[in-house]
Ligand binder design. Structure first.
Ligand code: GLU
Ligand code: ZN
Length: 489
């Protein structure tokens, strides 16, 4: 039987790392098996639903570059793939469960349920939940309520005793005491909308899902689902609950730890390849001693038994490292295009500017090494576009030297520069070296004030390359400005 898996998000928020991890593992598994990856929108929670989140979902996966074979936007033979378009189906199966005595009508109004809850709280009951009142109402009462058209929900009959057993590909056999299952969960709400449990089970079955791969937080739902599958006489798909993703402090990854929404990562300048590579490694090992995998390689190497049981820790620094690696793999031209939007929004250039295009292309080879996020490019490169505020005077001064000495070095540099050709970097470097020997100083000491004068920072991209890009006139002007500044300091 060909593998069919699904990613089934509820569009109640922007796509985040956890969701993408679930989707990616489903995708890798499907593709590694020659199977089908499906998107299903579980949009039955109408209060938290927003079309904007659906848009965000499509955009996120288009940007990431892996996509479903069947789904609301691409179609498929088992649609519709949006739960709100399948409402009639859910009612039909819920009524069937009632007919088979596996579920029942509950006419309790919200007042009664609220009163019940308050009583349970007052009595400090461990279990707060429905008291199964309507499971036992007499047939006449039920008929009367129906005749009066009283609103009802449909609840699943959870067996009162015994255990429910199901299998998880990763965690093995799981046994759940029926007493510990939520007492008679609602399947169909009074407005005719299904709950997650009902819609999820029916859709997984009707869409021919073979494996359910989802976050571990859904394990408590699995026994209810198993009871429904059994009641309907359907086979439950193979379950595989994925290890949790934790923040560095051991708590479930959340906004407290940093960015979690994919569009935030995108905005900061992460590359989709880096995110995919890093996320694929969360809770899964592929080959020993390797970190970098393309999506195709991940597909080739993925196996369920390579998933870990233990939770994965999301390490922002590691992700940054991955991003740096992928940035370095880009050609200069590709990278120039990738950083352009960041430079534009930082006001360093306009959209159309062939001169800047050229300058950036020349700068990329030595910028690349220091770039971890595309979004860092304006800060790293701004000195190539304009003069910046002068740093504190001490920044110009080499160790054990004075401001006057720094000024003297700058004057030396200026005179060397005036008689040099910036296109011949080795020659100019040699001149600086000779000059340093003549005046009995270290090359590094002489270059320190120059570096700060040109780039406004002690730690900056290579000095001579930067000077070549800026051109002789601009360099001399910056040296003069630094000298004037230091004289006034
Ligand atoms: N709609 C659920 C979610 O938001 C799906 C859980 C499942 O995969 O069963 O994650
Ligand atoms: Zn009731």
């Amino acid at each position: 039987m060909s593998v069919r898996v699904r990613y089934a998000p509820s569009p109640t928020g922007n796509q985040h790392i956890g969701g993408v991890r679930t989707a990616l593992i489903n995708y890798l598994f499907a593709k590694s098996q020659g199977g089908t990856f499906i998107l299903r929108l579980e949009d039955t929670d109408r209060t938290r639903y927003s079309q904007e989140y659906v848009q965000n979902l499509y955009e996120t996966f288009r940007w990431l570059g892996f996509y479903w074979d069947e789904g609301p936007d691409v179609g498929g033979s088992k649609g519709p793939y949006v739960q709100s378009e399948r409402i009639d189906l859910y009612r039909r199966y819920a009524e069937e469960l009632v007919f088979m005595d596996k579920a029942y009508y509950c006419f309790c109004d919200s007042e009664r349920l609220e009163k019940l809850r308050q009583e349970q709280v007052a009595q400090k009951k461990d279990e707060i939940g429905y008291d199964r009142h309507c499971r036992y109402i007499a047939e006449e009462e039920r008929a009367r309520n129906l005749a009066e058209a009283r609103p009802y929900v449909i609840r699943l009959k959870i067996p009162l005793h015994g255990i429910t057993v199901f299998h998880d590909a990763l965690l093995g056999q799981i046994e759940w005491k029926n007493e510990d299952i939520s007492p008679d969960p609602v399947l169909l709400k009074s407005d005719g909308f299904p709950t997650y449990h009902l819609a999820n089970v029916i859709d997984d079955h009707l869409m021919g899902i073979t494996h359910i791969m989802r976050a571990q937080e859904w394990i408590p739902s699995a026994p209810m689902h198993k009871i429904m599958y059994d009641a309907l006489g359907w086979e439950m798909p193979e379950l595989c609950h994925l290890p949790m993703v934790l923040g560095p402090d051991g708590h479930k990854l959340s906004k407290r730890h940093g960015a979690t929404a994919v569009n935030e990562f995108k905005k900061a300048g992460y590359l989709p390849e880096a995110l995919i590579n890093y996320i694929a490694l969360l809770g899964c090992s592929y080959e020993d001693g390797r970190d970098i995998y393309s999506l195709d390689e991940l597909v080739r190497l993925f196996r369920i038994d390579r998933l870990n049981k233990a939770p994965a820790v999301f390490d922002y620094q590691k992700l940054e490292w991955f991003n740096g690696q992928y940035i370095r793999m880009k050609s200069d031209k590709e990278l120039a295009e990738l950083i352009r939007p960041y430079l534009i929004s930082a006001g360093l250039r306009k959209e159309e500017d062939p001169q800047k295009d050229q300058m950036e292309l020349a700068a990329i080879p030595f910028i690349k090494e220091r770039l971890k996020l595309l979004g860092d490019s304006p800060a790293i490169m701004s000195y190539l576009y304009k003069r910046l505020d002068m740093p504190a005077a001490e920044e110009f001064v080499p160790k054990k030297a004075s401001i006057d000495e720094a000024i003297m070095y700058l004057e030396e540099c200026r005179s060397i520069l005036e008689s040099s050709n910036l296109d011949d970097l080795p020659a100019i470097e040699e001149k600086f070296r000779e000059r340093a020997t003549v005046i009995g100083k270290k090359l590094g000491d002489i270059l320190m004030p120059l570096r700060v004068a040109i780039t406004y920072s002690r730690v900056s991209p290579p000095l001579f390359e930067s000077m070549r890009i800026l051109g002789k006139d601009e360099c001399i002007k910056r040296i003069e400005a630094a000298v004037a500044y230091l004289r006034g300091a």
